[in-house]
Design a binder for this molecule. Structure first.
Ligand code: GLC
Length: 478
């Protein structure tokens, strides 16, 4: 089975969020199952030079974008045993940022067209499936059906479209159809790309692909409702038959407290006593009271509404009146950043606010903290809580999306469960969940059992990759 995995980012080349992690780890896991998966992304100028130097050009050709013929270089390298292709065009991809330009619609129209053309230059690798991710790739299934259905090399290729977050949809003016995509007006139709007065790339992926997946079962149900559906809930419920939820995993070679050189003291589920050394050292560094019995809550997040920051802020004063320590890492909206900075200056021995994105500090927080707060308003899957589990920092979550599917509340009586959760998106419920965690923390035997459960939770990519493989086989049989 041959699969071309298409995305707008992939670690370690370029990563702005969870998508980058998935595009690194899932193809690697699929290859271990014997599938010939290859990844293709744009060749952004910000890809590290050491990686760019390893790329070889395998073809150059032209891509038609509206009335223009644009250059395309197809480059190639293998990384961690996975073959990667890159679409090279400096006009579109030599820019300081990855996304957020006035012409993103044009950039990813070009990208989509270039992907399909590049298949002609991949030698004997003709994919059985093109696996597209998020709106940047949503037009690929549309163009595949519109322009290639009579071509013998292409007409058996199936497409899968994965939604990582329905919030960004790639919505552009109607003119894009004709001016950039060379598609006629029949595509400006409720059953095709029309989204109110505009064109939606996300809708294109949903309507024209052979199967749609999203990154957890709960999110697959949620996005069929008006609240989470972002204007596409009705369409998604109509398409429910081809909509699948497959939860993401994490890469235990990247995230493992036994192998992590960034933390103070390595440990695993057999040596959880060592974990506390990370907290003691961290308390010292942060100028907090050094005492292993004070519970430490970690928060590693973007400071945006979707992450449930409003709930935390609503109860921050109360939380800081308890005998606990909070360490926050993340950046985002100025409004949230300012509030956390304010609390850090007011309660310097209780809360440390770090408005940066810093990998090393993130790992130290996972290793040092006892609890990990992640009350997202919506969370298609989420990765931070899965890392926290592996590091024995107990997640406290709002029951939504992937959080709900991977965290089971701990019961002292059965000894089952790996975290704490609350159902209604209300700050009182968040506070109540934190208090439940703090209560259990005093009972050392139960708490240690909970840490072991958390660390032994299996969220490896292996299971998810098997589910994708089954889905691939299913759509190829159709
Ligand atoms: C998006 C989602 C996040 C998910 C990630 C990878 O960033 O917001 O929940 O984990 O994609 O699928």
């Amino acid at each position: 089975m041959k699969v071309l995995f298409v995305a707008s980012e992939a670690y370690p080349f370029i990563k702005t969020g969870g998508l980058g992690d998935v595009v690194y780890a899932l193809p690697k896991a699929l290859r271990k199952l014997g599938i010939d998966v290859r990844v293709i992304i744009p060749k952004y100028s910000s890809i590290p030079l050491s990686l760019k130097n390893c790329m070889e050009t395998i073809a150059t050709f032209k891509v038609k974008v509206g009335w223009r013929n644009q250059y395309c270089g197809l480059e190639y390298l293998t990384y961690d045993d996975v073959p990667y292709y890159f679409i090279d065009n400096e006009y579109y991809f030599k820019r300081p940022q990855t996304y957020g330009y006035y012409d993103d619609g044009e950039r990813f129209s070009y990208f989509s067209k270039a992907i399909l053309e590049s298949i002609k230059y991949m030698g004997d690798f003709t994919p059985d499936i093109i696996h597209c991710n998020d709106w940047q790739c949503g037009i690929i299934p549309v163009l595949l059906k519109a322009n290639y259905s009579k071509d013998a090399k292409f007409n058996k290729i199936k497409s899968i479209f994965t939604i990582h977050n329905l919030k960004s949809q790639g919505i552009f003016p109607r003119e894009i159809l004709n001016e950039l995509l060379n598609l006629d007006e029949t595509y400006f139709n409720e059953d095709a790309l029309k989204f109110y007065d505009s064109v939606s790339f996300m809708k294109g992926g949903i309507v024209f692909s052979d199967a749609v997946t999203t990154v957890s079962n709960t999110y697959a149900r949620e996005i069929q409702t008006p609240f989470y559906g972002e204007g596409l809930g009705g369409l998604l419920s109509l398409k429910a038959e081809k909509l699948y939820g497959i939860v993401n995993g994490i890469d235990y070679e990247l995230y493992n407290p036994k192998l992590d050189k960034k933390i103070f003291c390595e440990y695993d589920s057999q040596s959880i006593k060592q974990k506390v050394k990370n907290k003691l050292k961290f308390q010292e560094e942060l100028c907090f009271t050094v005492n292993e019995d004070i519970p430490m809550i970690g928060i590693v997040t973007s400071l945006v509404k979707q992450k449930g920051i409003d709930l935390i802020i609503d109860k921050l004063e109360e939380l800081l009146s308890l005998d606990i320590q909070i360490v926050l890492l993340g950046n985002g909206d100025d409004y949230y950043e300012d509030i956390f900075q304010f609390y850090a200056s007011r309660y310097p021995s209780r809360i440390s606010t770090n408005i940066v994105f810093d990998d090393k500090l993130a790992q130290q927080i996972y290793a040092a903290s006892d609890m990990f707060l992640m009350p997202s308003l919506s969370e298609p899957c989420g990765i931070e809580h899965l890392i926290a589990l592996k590091y024995g920092s107990i997640p406290i979550i709002h029951e939504t999306g992937g959080l709900k599917d991977t965290i089971l509340f701990y019961s002292k009586y059965t000894g089952n469960g790996n975290g704490f959760s609350f159902n209604n998106y209300k700050s009182e419920e968040l506070l109540d969940a934190v208090n439940r965690a703090l209560d259990l923390y005093k009972d050392k035997a139960s708490w240690n059992k909970l840490i072991r459960n958390a660390m032994l939770s299996n969220n490896s990519w292996e299971n998810s990759a098997k589910n994708y493989m089954n889905l691939y086989s299913k759509i190829l049989k159709k």
